[in-house]
Design a protein around this ligand. Sequence first.
Ligand code: ATP
Ligand code: TZP
Ligand code: MG
Ligand code: MG
Length: 271
Amino acid sequence: MIMILETIGQLLIKVREENPLVHNITNVVVTNFTANGLLALGASPVMAYAKQEVADMAKIAGALVLNIGTLNEHEIEAMLIAGKSANQHGVPVLFDPVGAGATSYRTETSQRLAQELDLAFIRGNAAEIANVIGERWEIKGVDAKEAGGDVEDLARAAAKKLRTIVAITGKVDVISDGETTYSIHNGHPILTKVTGTGCLLTSVMGAFAAIANDKLIAGAAALVCYGVAAQLAAEKAAGVGPGSFQIEFLNALHNVTADDVRRFGYIEKKE
Ligand code: ATP
Ligand code: TZP
Ligand code: MG
Ligand code: MG
């Protein structure tokens, strides 16, 4: 665990040194928060949606993040164009299937994107991931209900079925490539009181995927750094509320260090 935390700290430093461009096609709720969160961390965000330009933008990016939070047909068309361009140019594509399972349009679109694109990562709550692989798991709007099954098994099964790395987040985060699985015990419950903290996390995973060869470690690194930043922010905003936490969280994404990761990171290798 000490060794992996050391590696994660080095990846955090590398994100800030390399300042990767992260192309986001995301939802209208979280756009500003996502851009500010990526900037605070040390990455470079861009939001571009027009089908006339997404192929060009995706091919020069370090990562492409697709998020169906407020999907519509034009955006889905743009996501497919951008995703195919990223695939052709070796740019990792990340997918956040916001609300998969809540409506059949979201479920079917998620399955289509997962099928037509070569995804590097999918990140969602347990219900979303279950629905992408055709299993029923209750979802209320864009929020998961209390997890009812084994999340590690679900992550492994989804990674195998979708041939990608799957991250399932919640009280404990799990990330798996189908063979190796890590669980991460960082974060703070107040993250659930600020909208977009899951969406921003997927984009932060994009920043790490852009600068690391080992994509599973990159994903785990993003989860640890994000969770540790949330813990530092929650301490600063203790007793105040989600508004102050949101501000402190942006500050913490900017200020979290490799030493904080070494001290507070909590990651377990499962197999
Ligand atoms: P949901 O819609 O179910 O909230 P989401 O897309 O917002 O999903 P989350 O699972 O909330 O994504 O994950 C966002 C961040 O919040 C992750 O860093 C995760 O570890 C953290 N998190 C979520 N719930 C908790 C919790 N109860 N305790 C600690 N951290 C949490
Ligand atoms: N409605 C559509 S997208 C969205 C809401 C509230 C944001 C969801 O963000 P997150 O990160 O999944 O909480
Ligand atoms: Mg959440
Ligand atoms: Mg979400």
